[in-house]
Design a protein around this ligand. Structure first.
Ligand code: FAD
Length: 346
């Protein structure tokens, strides 16, 4: 794995050509690259982040750890279960039984607290551990921000904000679709009008997320997460009960409605409102808190296909959670479908 690097390294990047280039080291990109690597195809992943995982994100400060993106995932599809088997076997993925706990009944939680009918899975020790495990053995270039994509001499030329250019025979883009479309526009790529219209229909919800270190335990019952049907708060997660944080902490995911309404507000203020709104579940006072805004948290309008082949000569595939089923599992399936599309082209 390598990051943006020195000027000398960047000059080298200008000459570099990879068989398949995958943009995005989230669930979709890692699954696609893993499947291609297993099939013996040379593959490189580019990601703008400092860490792996995209929206399966983890943040740490002052002894506290927060999964401030997806807190957990499902493993329903046999294909995904198979791909994740090694993570389950080595304990990187552990079951997180969120069935409604009896103790919920004794708390003033209200009728809007939804029971979780089935077991979900969480990363161990945190969600980003899943991405680290999936990236093992793969060529990943972090802190590499793609700015434009253009066809060049029968291949793709992928340009970055550092002035580097990567060549690729086949290209898979897994960033949120509006971002991928912006790179194609910046490179003056021609896309079929119907395909563009289909991609333009995809929309995402925003999500404001508060991460707070507390001066005592929360009132959230084991196993540590409550999900609300309506109101400004969508979820509250206790970091200690979840088993990821050494000090009392809570992650509050705002509802999509609240997030849209307060998106442009000062983040400290928005965070204070959310802490107040979640007060009956949080109980303890916040010693310090941070707020993260997810511009593309989860797709609201999706494409039904698991991935979309946008160009064939050279091959360009769009994948990610906006295609197929959504969520981490949908992103995984989409990544696998994108890899299959590349392999099918030979
Ligand atoms: C608050 C929140 C709660 C969620 N809750 C759940 C849940 O309970 N269950 C569930 O299954 N899912 C949940 N999700 C959704 C889940 O996280 C996503 O569906 C999944 O992680 C998407 O994976 P992906 O690979 O499609 O996209 P991403 O994880 O977004 O990966 C895309 C990657 O592209 C990279 N990228 C973007 N722009 C550039 C650029 N210019 N250059 C290079 N790289 C770039 C990004 O850094 C990122 O790593 C939640 C998401 C959020 C934000």
């Amino acid at each position: 794995m390598a990051s943006g690097g020195s000027v000398a390294a960047r000059m080298e990047c200008m000459r570099e050509t990879s068989g398949v280039l995958v943009v995005g080291a989230g669930m979709a990109g890692l699954m696609a690259a893993g499947a291609l690597h297993t099939a013996g195809r040379p593959v490189t992943i580019l990601d703008k982040g400092r860490g792996l995982g995209g929206r399966m994100a983890t943040r740490r400060w002052d002894g506290a750890t927060f999964d401030h993106g997806a807190p957990c995932l499902s493993l329903r599809h046999p294909e995904v279960r198979r791909a994740m088997e090694a993570c389950v076997d080595d304990g990187t993925l552990v079951g997180w039984d969120l069935g409604r706990n009896d103790s919920v009944g004794s708390l003033p939680l209200g009728d809007d607290v939804r029971a979780f009918p089935s077991t979900r899975w969480r990363g161990n020790p945190s969600m980003s551990a899943i991405a680290k495990r999936l990236a093992s053995g793969l060529d990943v270039r972090l802190q590499t921000t793609v700015t434009s994509i253009r066809p060049s001499a029968g291949a793709w030329r992928v340009e970055t904000d550092a002035g580097d250019a990567f060549g690729a025979e086949d290209l898979i883009l897994t960033a949120p679709v509006p971002q991928a479309l912006a790179w194609l526009d910046a490179g003056a790529c021609c896309i079929d009008a119907d395909v563009r219209a289909r991609l333009a229909r995809i929309e995402y919800e925003r999500c404001l997320t508060v991460m707070a270190i507390l001066d005592g335990p929360t009132r959230i019952p084991a196993p540590g997460m409550l999900e609300m049907d309506d109101g400004p708060v969508a979820r509250v997660t206790d970091g200690v009960l979840k088993g990821i944080s050494a000090v009392p902490s809570v992650t509050i995911h705002a509802s999509h409605g609240f997030s849209a309404e307060h998106w442009d507000r000062d983040r400290v203020e928005a965070g204070r409102i959310l802490l107040d709104e979640a007060g009956r579940w949080v109980g303890a006072a916040a010693r310090s808190y941070q707020v993260h805004g997810w511009r593309f948290s989860q797709p609201r309008v999706m494409d039904p296909e698991p991935c979309l082949v946008v160009g064939r000569q050279p091959l360009l595939v769009l994948a990610g959670d906006a295609f197929g089923d959504g969520g981490c599992e949908g992103a995984a399936l989409s990544g696998l479908a994108a890899a299959a599309a590349v392999l099918a082209e030979g």
